[in-house]
Design a protein around this ligand. Structure first.
Ligand code: TMP
Ligand code: ASP
Length: 245
């Protein structure tokens, strides 16, 4: 298949296909953190994240959430509906970690009384700042109706994904979603859902460092990054197959 490159991001390359409504996403092994100040590579990450995202999108579709997924022609490539990505990172948090701890002083691991939904501006030059509701409207990044729908969708994804990961003996600490709008104006869940974009703690491991099963292993130089990603894939595949057999 000869496809022309449309866009290359930090973790994925997007190619055009013969169908103008469909693009091909190629998942890279490259890893970055802290707005690309830290760069590296995680062996096999592209194929692992593509397969995890495929299964989680299929699962969410089964739960009634519309996603951009069509299918995966190879282990590291996903055909998706072409969308205009909203320049927003929608983060849902169940447990305090990462920037929430840094910016509020809440202790790592504190269970939040209810899931917290946050919006960040996808803008590398500005360092992806946290947005308020009024700033979202000021910058016209979303309409009031879209904001309500994004919050509702993010909370639904949180409930479904938390249950799924719990069956994998993983705790969904927090995660980031991206959404896009297709040519017919439909709002679709897009991008990826993987250990790059979720914090996942292993319920079978008490040690605070060993329990980390996501990109924090890379961000914090905890080692055994590939092992953790592979382990998440195996558990996700086992749970997905158990649900669909
Ligand atoms: P944070 O605690 O660094 O704000 O991250 C919250 C969640 O969002 C965490 O699961 C990691 C994910 N995330 C991304 O997917 N991409 C990013 O660029 C950042 C900063 C976080
Ligand atoms: N993906 C982001 C970056 O490189 C940050 C992160 O995931 O920590 O810049």
């Amino acid at each position: 298949m000869s496809c022309s490159l449309l866009y290359e991001g930090k973790a994925k390359i997007i190619y055009a296909t013969a169908d103008p409504e469909i693009v091909l996403v190629d998942f890279k092994d490259d890893a970055t953190a802290f707005n690309a100040l830290k760069r590296g590579s995680i062996n096999g990450k592209g194929a692992i994240n593509c397969q995890i995202s495929e299964k989680l999108f299929q699962y969410l579709q089964q739960c009634g959430i519309t996603t951009h997924l069509i299918d995966c022609p190879t282990l590291k490539q996903m055909r998706v509906r072409k969308v205009k990505i909203l320049p927003l990172e929608v983060v849902v948090r169940n447990i305090a970690a990462g920037s929430l701890c840094q910016q509020t002083g809440l202790p790592l691991g504190e269970i939040l009384p209810q899931p917290l939904v946050e919006f960040y501006y996808k803008n590398d030059a500005l360092g992806d700042p946290l947005l308020t509701h009024d700033r979202l409207l000021l910058l016209k990044l979303a309409t009031p109706d879209q904001i309500d729908r994004l919050i509702a969708l993010a909370l639904q994804c949180d409930r479904y994904l938390s249950e799924f990961f719990s069956n994998c003996n993983l705790t969904l600490v927090d995660f980031k979603l991206e959404f896009g709008i297709d040519s017919s104006g439909q709002l679709l869940l897009a991008d990826e859902i993987s250990p790059d974009t979720c914090r996942l703690w292993d319920n079978l491991e008490a040690d605070l460092k060993n329990r980390v099963m996501d990109k924090d292993r890379f961000r914090q130089d905890l080692g055994k990054v590939e092992n953790a990603y592979q382990q998440v894939l195996e558990r996700v595949l086992a749970q997905f197959n158990a649900m669909n057999s």
